[in-house]
Design a protein around this ligand. Sequence first.
Ligand code: SAT
Ligand code: MN
Length: 613
Amino acid sequence: MTSTTTETLTAAGLLNPAIHAFVADWAGHTRSARIEVVGSGDDGRLIDEALEAGELLPAGPGRYYARSHEKDTARSEERTVVATSNPKDAGVYNNWQPAAETLDTLRERMSGAAEGKTLYVVPYLMAVPSTKLAPYAAGVQLTDDRTVVLHMMRMARVGAEYLGEAVATGDTDFFVRAVHITGNLDEMQHGTPGDQRLFATIADERLIVHYGSAYGGNAMLGKIAHALRLASYDGRASGAFLAEQFMLLGIVDTVTGEKTHVCGGFPSASGKTNLAMTLAPEALGDRYRVEFYGDDIAWMWPGDDGRLYAMNPENGVFGVAKDTNEATNPAAMRSIGPGSGTIFTNVAYNEITQDVWWEGLTPEPPTELVGWLDWRGRPITERQAAEKAEPWAHPNSRFATPLTNVESVAGDAADPAGVPVDIIIFGGRTRDREPLVRAITDLAEGVYDGLTLGAEATFAAEGVDGQLRYDPMSMRPFLAYPEGDYAEHWLTVLGALKHQPLFAHVNWFQRGPAGEYLWPGYRENLRALLWLADLKAGRATGRETPVGTVPTPDELGLTGLPISRSELESLLTIDTPRWIEEIAHREAHLAQFAGLPQPIRDAHARVARGLGL
Ligand code: SAT
Ligand code: MN
């Protein structure tokens, strides 16, 4: 350990010898030129340095623009593994690998990989400070990329002060060791058999090592790798909590004062961020207010009062830019406005006006083309005829903005006690079969519904038309241990509660005979959630079906919504023949999972029998 490493860490308040050993090991191994400890107070300086270095470009006052390497635009599920030293940890979706070999491979590839660069030391907390789960939330990320540091500062609580007293006195394992090295992206051999990228969560060592990307979920290790993948593993190992890719919102009835908390999972591209930030429908806006807690991750645990509690471990929003606009998500638009400190990645950028644009921001792209560059940095004016139809922004272009910019954030979003969860919803994009909403009161049937969550395959490459791509609990890319154990853990945590949350499945995407959407979506989606709150409170009774309780047409509050009786009936109908087909697919899906708890098998059998099978 060089004396400068020790001195730098000590001066920054990182006194724990385990942190020193961790930093010294990786700084030495990657041969970084220097280390720098950062905290949120360094944001302004780092932004200036990044602008100076050309890593960021100004996007109008107080907003910034980053362009990624062309091949480094999304998470890479095939290159992501969960490693442990116990082969029994292998599941269907977690890409299990032996820990020792995985770490050897990574260390070999990362030897000297930060040569000449600064290695930033990013102490962070993926939790509301002082919450009961804070012990699972402390981490120290090392990264060789300043833009990644700036993203972490928007998405997490960053600074030595967030690690609490353990920073000096804690044991050696109080923090997650997270190492991110970008490497030479031109030499990664993306998508070939020689692909060098490897993103590993070595779960039983609470060690995360990601090599070969500077993109969001591959590089901000607090978010996906720690707060989802590792936290789900820790949650089960401790028996203490669940970590899920869920949004979390509150609905306030301003007349009665009742507050209902809803969390839930949706596979990607099903509108989780829009829902979490939704406004009440125009016609109901005087009465109901929706409060934002989180759009991507929820940690949940049983409270002392026998209810389920939840919090959002993140401190920001890393949203998909595409189709975000004043109509689909006005709260998001205001959270990324001038002065917000937002960092945009891979949207289109005008190098003269410093404006940004993405598909769906406005119905048509800007008419004045001068100065506009597509996400690759190529002038739009120089596009050949064959390229004219290509999008200006990358479909996975993003914005990163801190939670404090979200005007609808709940007053108690940072309450260490969390908030009680009343309703857990699952929703995918399905053109038929799934009604607008169906409620499930039985715990095993609710968990079963989450395990059989899926969205329609949209491209041929993703699957067979009309068949779902299953995404259990919307956790498929983040599951850290076998699916049967995962189901068991859900049943155990929720089974111990005195007050069960209500489960429900929602679908905003049902189509009519001509392919038209039957439900207007967006703000109107709140009506389905309000019905669930009514059902939970006994103000509605609904109609029983083999797959849950659906609203009667009269119970679904439709004030101010022009929708025909026949459309409404289609939206609330259970299409038995289609459900019978689905049961066969579910059977094959569930058969993959070893050790699926009997209550889940029984729930499946009950639903199948109810459908006449
Ligand atoms: O793509 S990311 O992992 O950065 C974000 C997400 O999937 O939620
Ligand atoms: Mn997500």
